[in-house]
Design a protein around this ligand. Sequence first.
Ligand code: ATP
Length: 272
Amino acid sequence: ASMTRGITGEVPKVSWDDIGGLKQLKKELQQAVEWPIKHAESFKRLGISPIRGVLLHGPPGCSKTTLVKAAANAAQASFFSLSGAEVYCKYVGEGEALLRRTFQKARLAAPSIILLDEVDGIVPKRGHGGNSGGNSAVGERLLSTLLTEMDGLELATGIIVLATTNRLHAIDAALLRPGRFDLVLHVPPPDAEGRHEILCVQTRKMKLGEDVNLQEIAEHTDLFTGADLEGLCREAGMLAIRENVDSVCNRHFQTARISLSTSLTKSMVEHA
Ligand code: ATP
């Protein structure tokens, strides 16, 4: 998620095919995000008001941010992104101004998608201390600015807000009221089949040795996230480069797997 900075408004280059697994989730996002933008006329004609906000939650590194970018790409929508920390850490009043400015830019560039990355940091739950004992008055003002902006998104403006969080319990209930984040989707850690599909995506451009069995690697990478698997493939590739061989072989993946630690723990997966 660290590559999402910037509020340039460009259409992201990531596509659905760059994301392994999560078929059902992609479908839901297509309906919630891609359709209202691509078929705005039909929505209008039939008097259907699209949802304004989607909240994606789940453990880190499992492609929440990438899903939002792929949705923006599929809808050919301008993409604006803000992170919780970015908004929260500003001087008094600056965070609100940044939020308002971003919505304003998104309106001008519509159809647009606004990503609020790690939204729990923008608007820590009231009475929760939120951002490591941060100033709750700041949080209050940011929350009310965000709510005002979201309430102001009208029927056919073609703006959809997508927010991500690793901590659903830390989200202020006001954000989950009707007309705000109406769709809440869980992005789970990948199972063996998902890991296999992620490995296929991540090795698409790699030259693999004949002894590489991605299915088998998938079965032996319990608790690896998509981001971990990306790291695994990169590390295996680095080992092959160091040996100066012309394909990435099974032994490289095996060595890489032993040297890497996973981001998830059993309890994270069980409670996900
Ligand atoms: P965070 O909570 O840390 O923001 P996130 O859930 O938003 O994490 P991303 O930033 O989208 O995760 O994913 C991190 C990286 O892991 C991406 O750059 C992507 O390359 C890789 N990745 C994660 N999941 C998948 C997947 N299902 N298929 C292919 N690559 C993936």
